[in-house]
Design a protein around this ligand. Sequence first.
Ligand SMILES: *[C@@H]1O[C@H](CO)[C@@H](O)[C@H](O)[C@H]1NC(C)=O
Ligand SMILES: *[C@@H]1O[C@H](CO)[C@@H](O)[C@H](O)[C@H]1NC(C)=O
Ligand SMILES: *[C@@H]1O[C@H](CO)[C@@H](O)[C@H](O)[C@H]1NC(C)=O
Ligand SMILES: *[C@@H]1O[C@H](CO)[C@@H](O)[C@H](O)[C@H]1NC(C)=O
Length: 397
Amino acid sequence: MPGLLSSPVCLTVIWFLSWSLRPSCAQILTDEVSGVQYGHLESNVTLACGKSQIRIPVVWHLNHSSVLPWHKVTSDGSLVLMHVDHSAQGIYSCYDNQGLLLHSVKLRLGHPPGLLSVSCQVPNHTYVRCSWVESVATFLPAQYNASFRGSGQEWRPCVVDIVRKHCDVDRPAFWQTIHTLRITATNALGSETTYARFKLHELLKPDPPESVLVNELEGFPKRLIVSWTFPASWPLHDAFPLVFQIRYRPLGSMYWSEIYSEESPVVIFDALAGHLHQVQIRARDEVNAESQWSEWSPLLLARPWEVFTTPYPTEEVPPELFFPINTKPETSTAKSHNPVLEDEGSLGLVILLVLFSVVILITVLSLIYVMWVRQRRRDHVTKQELTSMVKMKSMPI
Ligand SMILES: *[C@@H]1O[C@H](CO)[C@@H](O)[C@H](O)[C@H]1NC(C)=O
Ligand SMILES: *[C@@H]1O[C@H](CO)[C@@H](O)[C@H](O)[C@H]1NC(C)=O
Ligand SMILES: *[C@@H]1O[C@H](CO)[C@@H](O)[C@H](O)[C@H]1NC(C)=O
Ligand SMILES: *[C@@H]1O[C@H](CO)[C@@H](O)[C@H](O)[C@H]1NC(C)=O
């Protein structure tokens, strides 16, 4: 390694690097006000060539190039950039006529903040998270200051996560009907305060139920058992009951059947024997009728228990399939289709498919046979040729 470092190539590279880095180092060292100037996009921006009296004429450079956007230089040496757009950003330097650097400044362009569009999530009674997006693109970094209060109460801080653009309130006064969030966005060009009003009890929306499982019940070809746990963010307390809605349908059907329950597990009594079912569950605060349902849990697939010796379980149709019996009082059955008709349709389709595949199989098999026969003949011929060649070689010349 030391040999490599002292090699001429390496020395040249180091010399070149230090030479090429030198101007920027020099510039930083000689910078009087080395700083950032912010300007409004689509306006005229004036850059002064330092504070002191300037010997005229001065020369302006952008990023060490003499190519400048649309501009004029005033009598005191200031640079006025007209109707700037993003391409005017960069490092501006002014030099006197001997080429001596007088001043340099970085120009950043953008807009002052506008109103924010705010939304709040309330996954339980002790927590509010409000997120926001800017209604105008400012192109500049912003600071946010947020506070929260119930009507007639003191402002309390809403703890800001500046990167994810949200803030959290711990233990809001849930009994107050109306709450206000106040967020002030501030950037280098200005600030704007947004007020947003909410009814927390209407925003209350639990997270979806967790650990959802759907299983068959052995010996019952038309039953499924669904179990779940409360969302982890919901307090396990008698004071905060949840009601759960379970929906299910045979795979491929358009119509859901529904069951409501306060407790896990729940048994589905009218599953379609031998069919895969889709099952989902969601939750809502049971006391507060104005609150929102959670999102649905991910779709789960399950098939009721089957006797595997029964080859066609769909041929015998139990009469209750025509008149679904609500085994639970809360069950609201939205099924209006006739699953048996669908089954006959699909049986015909299956037969067609089987016939079709048999035809294809026969075609492929005969093709393979023809090719095999031809190949064998060819092999036979080559073998004969080979043996005659071997014979010829072994013949003494
Ligand atoms: C920018 O300067 C030009 C030329 O002096 C002038 O016509 C224009 O009105 C100015 N624009 C603004 C927004 O001041
Ligand atoms: C000047 O350099 C900055 C980076 O410092 C770059 O964003 C900008 O586009 C450059 N401007 C021009 C006109 O090359
Ligand atoms: C943020 O708001 C709080 C309370 O309203 C105030 O005391 C604080 O000075 C503000 N901070 C900034 C940076 O505006
Ligand atoms: C309420 O939800 C938040 C966010 O998910 C969670 O951090 C907090 O522990 C929950 N509160 C209770 C009492 O479960």
